[in-house]
Design a protein around this ligand. Structure first.
Ligand SMILES: [Zn+2]
Ligand SMILES: [Zn+2]
Length: 295
């Protein structure tokens, strides 16, 4: 693998993500922030060693932690809207795992939605890439007072296999799971121009959501198939929570190939503030920060 340092003109990878909105074709996409996390890189990627990270300082904080964000993607087309993933939810900012160093601006998702004028009670659909805590947060019954979560009326959509809680430890119950959850197979269209793409491995039912922009482009919200831009160069690096390492690596390689095509962009929810981007001809993540690109 190529470890040549990248020379960026800014240090954008080190910053925790804020709310942004982009109009791309018929779609309006908004990143709804919930938490930022500083990760201990060699614990997130056990296959990596300290020296590997010297080439990736622009994705790290000044003291050497890998910057990541947690949140949700609001997808709007015409009058319809849906949310992809539901943030981290009920964390204090102090309950870190061994691979996390610390949290910042935690539990922002409700105020982020409020600032957009989105009433969570009116949201009809939340689709999940998978049900780990940092993606299902505000959809769990204990997210707020009352048993219906922040989204009392939404239907839940997950990839087939994701509810087999005996297969992996992420079997957190969604609020009203039995009554309102639909699981879908690869290729199913859950809303106009929004299709499931089964990318298992991180969890059994891990699913990316492929958004058709209506003008010939596609955007893939790929959840935890990759956790940072660094993994684009190292698809062989498993992530600490991968359920099936070999399958996760196969899925990552398929994803990187897909993102290298013309007109295909990715949304990495954990990619600090380089969430939107593509894989360039050198096989690297190229953040799509130039607003002139958006039509
Ligand atoms: Zn996960
Ligand atoms: Zn995650």
């Amino acid at each position: 693998m190529d470890n040549t340092p990248q020379h960026h003109t800014d240090d954008s990878g080190t910053r925790l993500p804020g709310l942004w909105t982009r109009t791309i074709g018929e779609l309006t996409l908004t990143y709804v922030p919930d938490a930022g996390v500083a990760m201990i890189p060699t614990r997130v990627y056990p296959a990596s060693v300290e020296e590997d990270w010297s080439a990736h300082r622009h994705h790290m904080t000044d003291v050497g932690h890998l910057a990541m964000g947690c949140g949700a993607l609001l997808v709007e087309r015409g009058g319809s809207r849906l949310l992809l993933d539901a943030g981290h939810g009920r964390i204090s900012g102090e309950d870190t795992e061994h691979f996390q160093y610390g949290f910042e601006h935690v539990r922002n998702l409700p105020e982020s939605l409020a600032s957009l004028g989105v009433d969570p009670a009116e949201l009809e659909t939340v689709a999940f890439t998978h049900l780990h805590d940092d993606h299902s947060g505000w959809a769990r019954p204990d997210a707020v007072d009352g048993p219906h979560s922040l989204f009392p009326n939404a239907r839940w959509i997950v990839g087939e296999g994701e509810l087999r809680s005996d297969d992996h430890p992420s079997g957190e119950q969604l609020a009203g799971q039995k009554e309102r959850t639909t699981s879908v197979t690869d290729g199913v269209e859950i809303a106009e121009g929004v299709r499931a793409w089964s990318l298992p491995g991180h969890t059994p039912g891990h699913t990316a959501w492929v958004l058709d922009t209506g003008d010939g482009r596609r955007i893939v919200a790929f959840g935890d198939a990759m956790h940072s831009p660094v993994q684009v160069l190292h698809p062989d690096w498993e992530v600490v929570l991968d359920y099936d390492r070999a399958e996760a690596e196969r899925s990552r390689r398929r994803l990187v190939d897909f993102l290298a095509q013309d007109g295909v962009y990715g949304f990495g929810v954990h990619f600090a503030d380089q969430q939107l981007g593509t894989v360039d001809t050198t096989g690297r993540w190229r953040p799509w920060n130039d607003r002139a690109d958006a039509r």
